[in-house]
Design a protein around this ligand. Structure first.
Ligand SMILES: Nc1ncnc2c1ncn2[C@@H]1O[C@H](COP(=O)(O)OP(=O)(O)OP(=O)(O)O)[C@@H](O)[C@H]1O
Ligand SMILES: [Mg+2]
Length: 315
């Protein structure tokens, strides 16, 4: 009897301790398990190595819905790599990247499904030169729309067959198919024309990208990403390949999106833009976020010596 009591007490103590530890566990997985708030994007202990070179060194940070995060820092500090890890265009070496609560690094997660919801715009416009502007914008939405449609139809096909062998009470209802391939194509085209009209380029729908200016191409690259109805836009130096007179029109469009509430992460060398549009600025150096804060803090009252040095060169 005594023996039993002795073994029970430590067991209870451990349980209490475990509970306390669980409550204190602020990892994304623990918060998800407790049904607590998780930001739109959260990275945990994110590490990226290229061979021996550590480019991202144990970064933990999050992006809340509606935030406009500007990333600044010297060349080679890991800004692009960080951005590319957010949508797993680059495979992290370690750590986790949660987007809408799903860990994109987890092999079991259907990454394409989540990546659709993250628009990405690069320095080089990356439009398909062998397709006209309209096709560039409608390509992905049509592809995905048709893919989903075929998947639903295939599921219904197998359900119909399975239902043949089921009793009346056990037959499963078919999934509703609300659109046809034609409707998907038309809706994508309509949406693309609406977006082109918005940026004043509706008359360019049928031309090829090579006939456009850099500023026009970059604005089209932006609306192409918007056509997927993203939850967040990731920009990697969207204006640094542009002639100076075209920078303004692209920044203006990004600013409009920001004002409309789009969540965005933007790597930029345009300090004036970061100061004006960002709700938070991250300064990266040596694969780490060395300092972060509001634009007022970062530009007006920098603390980190490397940040001070960086700003003295770029401002
Ligand atoms: N695919 C790769 N293979 C090997 N090394 C790479 C690769 N991509 C990036 N790197 C290295 O990682 C480091 C960070 O690169 P990254 O492009 O993220 O820097 P950055 O801050 O975006 O610089 P920049 O301001 O010049 O664009 C650099 O030293 C770069 O050479
Ligand atoms: Mg870069």
């Amino acid at each position: 009897m005594k023996e039993e009591v002795k073994t029970q007490i430590p067991a209870q103590e451990t349980a209490v301790k475990n509970n306390a530890a669980e409550e204190w566990d602020t990892s994304v997985a623990a918060r998800l398990a407790r049904g607590e708030h998780v930001a739109l994007i959260e990275v945990e202990h994110l590490t990226k190595k290229f061979g021996e070179l550590t480019v991202l060194d144990d970064i933990t940070d999050k992006v809340e819905q509606g935030e406009k995060v500007a990333i600044i820092g010297p060349s080679g500090s890991g800004k692009s790599t960080f951005l590319r890890c957010l949508n797993v265009l680059e495979d992290p070496t370690g750590g986790a990247v949660y987007f809408e609560g799903a860990n994109l690094v987890d092999r079991k997660v259907d990454i394409n499904l989540h990546r659709r919801r993250m628009g990405m715009v690069f320095q080089q416009f990356n439009l398909f030169n062998n397709m006209n502007v309209l096709k560039n914008i409608t390509l992905a939405p049509v592809h995905i729309g048709l893919h989903d449609l075929h998947k639903t139809k295939a599921k219904n096909f197998f359900r119909k067959i399975a239902n043949l062998f089921r009793s009346k009470a056990k037959k499963r209802a078919l999934l509703s198919v609300q659109t046809s391939a034609k409707q998907i194509r038309e809706a994508a085209k309509e949406n693309a024309m609406r977006l082109l009209t918005r940026i004043g380029l509706a008359d360019k729908a049928s031309v090829y990208p090579s006939t456009l200016s850099g500023g026009q191409r970059q604005r089209i690259a932006i609306v192409r990403a918007l056509a997927m109805n993203p939850k967040v836009m990731l920009f990697d130096e969207p204006t640094s390949a542009l002639d100076p007179e075209m920078v303004g029109e692209v920044l203006e469009l990004i600013k409009e999106l920001a004002d409309e509430g789009m969540t965005m992460v933007i790597v930029t060398h345009e300090m004036g833009f970061a100061r004006e549009v960002a709700t938070r600025v991250l300064f990266m150096d040596g694969g780490k976020i060395q300092e972060q804060g509001t634009p007022q803090q970062i530009f007006g009252d920098p603390q980190n010596e490397r940040l001070k040095d960086f700003l003295s060169k770029v401002l």
